[in-house]
Design a protein around this ligand. Structure first.
Ligand code: ZN
Length: 312
């Protein structure tokens, strides 16, 4: 039995814009479900603190931090047509990134084999200088940069299974030989990036692995790509840590996108990634919630992943 921890926290509720799909109910639906299933309710919860400027500045520009702070100080508003902030969104987004940090720390400290951060706002569209795509700070990148600074981590693999391409994460690591970025995503689709030919900068050629998939792609076709392209790329990289940008919006029930993954597909992904622990580098896995806008699919898919992680 693996040691699995969960990050969950109620302090995201005031990041809310009426009628917006990226809403507090998303995380609350997962939290309610986790509390209702005894095996999941028993899992240890990790405490989290908001990340400070020093952590954010490893990924984001000071101008970006100042823009977020200024918009919140004015009582909130919009960064672009689909990315909002309230008066307290800066704190909520720093807590969200702090959740990813707590999950990474728990695995790197050796206390847990896997950790799942149930957090929002999501992060993978946020670039160094810009909030976009419902994302204010790039949670996964902030956590990875903290781990590299504090744990001396040399090779990290990011497996982005959100239905959207993680343009912010890709840009962050485009020319970084220490981080593999892999993404399966609907294409062409928001945000427009993630072409097959985009494979990384000169210092990191081949360390960006994009798998663009047309609308309507089935679970079996998606898994075939995951098994034959994503997994071999991760294995070849021999990562010390695997971080999953775990959006559930590729689920067939998701209202924002058009891929057709099943709840069981996420269990299969977890099975495959956990099996990587048998390799020489023995990486732990960290799961960080990104998108996912159908409440039942969110809860069921999180449950499916955790069941696999606990059994491993
Ligand atoms: Zn998404």
């Amino acid at each position: 039995m693996s040691r699995v921890a969960i990050v969950e926290d109620g302090r995201h509720l005031t990041h809310n814009s009426f009628g917006h799909p990226e809403r507090p109910d998303r995380v609350e639906a997962i939290r309610t479900h986790l509390a209702s299933v005894p095996s999941l309710a028993e899992l240890p919860r990790l405490s989290l603190v908001p990340v400070d400027d020093e952590s954010l500045l490893r990924v984001h520009s000071r101008a970006h931090l100042e823009r977020v702070a200024a918009l919140c100080a004015r009582g909130g508003g919009s960064f672009d047509q689909d990315t909002y902030a309230t008066a307290t969104s800066d704190v909520c987004a720093r807590l969200s990134a702090g959740g990813a940090v707590a999950a990474v720390d728990a695995v790197l400290d050796g206390d847990h084999d896997a950790a799942f951060a149930v957090i929002r706002p999501p992060g993978h569209h946020a670039t160094a200088s810009r909030a976009m795509g419902f994302c204010l700070y790039n949670n996964v990148a902030v956590a990875i940069e903290q781990a590299r600074a504090e744990h001396g981590l040399r090779r990290v693999a990011i497996v982005d299974i959100d239905v959207h391409h993680g343009n912010g994460t890709e840009a962050t690591y485009w020319n970084d030989p220490g981080v593999l970025y892999t993404s399966l995503h609907q294409f062409p689709f928001y945000p427009g990036t993630g072409a097959l030919a985009d494979r990384g900068g000169p210092e990191a050629a081949g360390l960006t692995v994009n798998i663009p998939l047309p609308a309507g792609t089935s679970a079996s076709a998606w898994l075939a790509e995951f098994n034959t392209v994503t997994l071999p790329a991760v294995e070849a990289f021999e990562p010390e840590l695997v971080v999953v940008s775990c959006g559930f919006d590729a689920h067939r029930d998701d209202p924002l996108a058009e891929l057709r993954l099943e709840t069981e597909t996420y269990a299969e992904v977890a099975e495959r990634l956990v099996a990587l622990r048998g390799l020489s580098s023995s990486p732990g896995t960290v799961w960080v919630l990104e998108g996912g806008y159908d409440l039942e699919a969110l809860a069921a898919s999180t449950h499916a992943v955790l069941d696999v992680l606990m059994r491993a």
